[in-house]
Design a protein. Structure first.
Length: 278
């Protein structure tokens, strides 16, 4: 009888270990094994769903749809992660918005013929008011350098940002929230999701963006196009967001530039719409 009670006690104790590990607060320096398992499960489900979504719709993934496909434990964990104050993870950037821009346009996929394996930009979205300045800036660069930069990543919805945060937490940041926050902002805190000051991640005609496989920030920094941006981008209302040793706590991203022009023409009465590439 004693052995039966002892065995039952051991089994109960063993069963409580994963429950206890799930309930504790996430460790910012290294998620515990149970949290890692749940995070991986979230990424697996979202990745399987993303693969069913047409490529041209992935930048506008809906966050409620993503959270709704998780089970109770996965959903609660994802929401717990997104309730963490970003400054606790070393990210000192501001909150922008969870709203969709009012004037998004669809930008067709571009095949970069000069790049290895003919890399593609994929279909992107960008607010019309900032896209006008981007086109003028690239026309000026083309005149001066005989080359231009393309949009590798433009607007990203809160859902897309949520997916990327978990994806890179699992795949490249080794389950370290502090490290992940240096590269990927939480939903609402990314300039890619700002309705007004939307950021662009640039890519060169040769496929250099500074963060693809076997590339570094210095690869993009060496480009003549980057030097041109440093000297001329402000004339077109574009600014480098994350220089070296920036106070926001984000790694050096020479490819990441945000728009910051006159927004006085916008009104809260505008209704969301997506239009074609002009």
């Amino acid at each position: 009888m004693k052995r039966t009670f002892l065995t039952a006690g051991v089994l109960i104790s063993l069963a409580l270990i994963p429950i206890t590990m799930y309930l504790v607060s996430p460790n910012y320096d290294s998620l515990n094994p149970v949290h890692r398992y749940v995070a991986t499960s979230i990424v697996d489900k979202w990745t399987q769903y993303e693969e069913t979504v047409p490529r041209f719709e992935r930048a506008t993934l809906d966050i409620d749809t993503l959270l709704g496909m998780l089970n109770f434990y996965e959903g609660a964990f994802a929401r717990r992660i997104f309730r963490i104050r970003p400054d606790e993870l070393g990210f000192m950037g501001k909150f922008y918005s969870l709203d969709k821009p009012t004037d998004l346009i669809k930008i067709d996929n571009v095949v970069l013929e000069k790049s290895p394996n003919h890399a593609e930009t994929g279909v992107q979205y960008y607010p019309r008011h900032a896209f006008k300045d981007y086109r003028e800036m690239m026309a000026s660069m083309q005149t001066t350098l005989g080359r231009r930069l393309y949009i590798d990543s433009g607007y990203r919805s809160p859902g897309r940002q949520a997916y990327l945060f978990f994806y890179y937490l699992v795949k490249t940041s080794d389950f370290v929230l502090m490290e992940n926050a240096r590269w990927i902002a939480m939903p609402g805190f990314s300039e890619h999701g700002s309705p007004l000051y939307t950021a662009i991640d640039f890519i060169s005609e040769e496929g250099i963006n500074g963060f693809s496989e076997k590339q570094t920030a210095e690869d993009f920094e060496k480009l003549e196009e980057y030097k041109w941006l440093q000297q001329n981008a402000a004339r077109f209302n574009f600014y480098l967001s994350y220089p070296r040793e920036n106070i926001i706590g984000v790694a050096f991203e020479p490819w990441h530039w945000h728009w910051e022009g006159d927004t006085s023409i916008f009104s809260s009465a505008n209704t969301p719409q997506i239009g074609p590439n002009p």
